[in-house]
Design a protein around this ligand. Structure first.
Ligand code: DHB
Ligand code: FE
Length: 283
């Protein structure tokens, strides 16, 4: 039986890749952001996950405006990191956990989620940056210490799935992880948010009170966010802040387990984004 060790929710911003490539971790702009990951790495050293189910949104690399699945699951043996135009070195290709991928695909479909299965997929900063932040040794040694299952939620082309639907996706992922006939240790990562808006009249919009309330709710009132429609969430968190749906799905994985907060950090801004980090484990 696989073991669910907890979740790490984190923001992603392409500029982080540029900062890593230029070793800006001690730069005053970047230091508060990078320092926050030390505690998450300490927790990982204790909890030692083997496999990561990473909830992320694609930014136009695999799916563009012509074809847009609401939910998709990677089932590839490895995932190539594609260049995003920052001129930074490509990150090491993560290995996929194909066995867990197919078990997740089967469980989600049995639970009536009509997903797209990807036996080949590229990954962008939403997948590569959490790996690089949490396992910096992976890039240096040429291999990440974990295998991955990327689970993608559309937050790019409306209509998006609702927060309650994403929460239920998480509940189904939990059933998949807990029924996986394997003794490996599984971590869930959510990559996206928090509030940010990259375009339009409100470009640069950040909503700190809302972000902090949302982060707090995830500890002991996990469905608080489901009171909001996606239109309201875009109003509250910005057009790209809707990426917080990844955090909602990750919280759905832990669902009714009593959870303990192991680490929380919030920093504004990195580029145009309010960056959050939250580590939760079953109590
Ligand atoms: C930024 C944030 C994102 O989530 C993203 O996908 C691209 C850019 C930013 O703040 O620059
Ligand atoms: Fe993004």
């Amino acid at each position: 039986m696989a073991h669910l060790i907890g979740s790490i929710s984190t923001s992603h911003v392409p500029a982080i890749g540029g900062a890593l490539a230029r070793q800006k971790q001690q730069d005053p702009y970047w230091k508060p952001f990078f320092d926050a990951y030390d505690q998450a790495r300490d927790w990982l050293a204790q909890t030692r996950p083997d496999v990561v189910v990473i909830l992320h949104n694609d930014h136009g690399l695999n799916f563009f405006l012509d074809k847009m699945p609401t939910f998709s699951v990677g089932a590839a043996p490895s995932y190539q990191t594609a260049d995003e135009g920052w001129g930074i070195p490509a990150l090491v290709e993560p290995r996929g956990c194909v066995d867990l991928s197919w078990h997740i695909v089967e469980t989600l479909v049995a639970d009536e989620f009509d997903i797209t299965t990807c036996q080949e997929a590229l990954i962008d900063h939403a997948v590569s940056l959490p790996l690089a932040l949490l396992w910096p040794e992976g890039q240096q040694s040429g291999a990440w210490p974990v295998e991955i299952v990327p689970v993608c939620i559309n937050t790019v082309l409306a209509p998006y799935p609702s927060a309650s639907r994403c929460y239920r996706l998480g509940q189904s992922l939990r059933r998949a992880i807990e029924s996986w006939d394997d003794d490996r240790r599984v971590l869930v990562i959510a990559s996206g948010g928090l509030s940010h808006q990259l375009d339009g009249e409100r470009a640069g919009f950040i909503n700190k009170p809302f972000d902090l309330q949302f982060m707090g709710s995830l500890v002991d009132d996990p469905t608080w966010i489901t009171q909001y429609s996606n239109e309201e969430l875009v109003e509250l968190a910005g057009t790209q802040g809707i990426e917080l749906l990844m955090w909602v799905a990750a919280r759905g994985v832990l669902d009714d387990m009593p959870v303990r907060k192991r680490h929380a950090h919030y920093h504004v801004p990195i580029s145009n984004t309010a960056t959050g980090l939250l580590v939760l484990e079953p109590a």
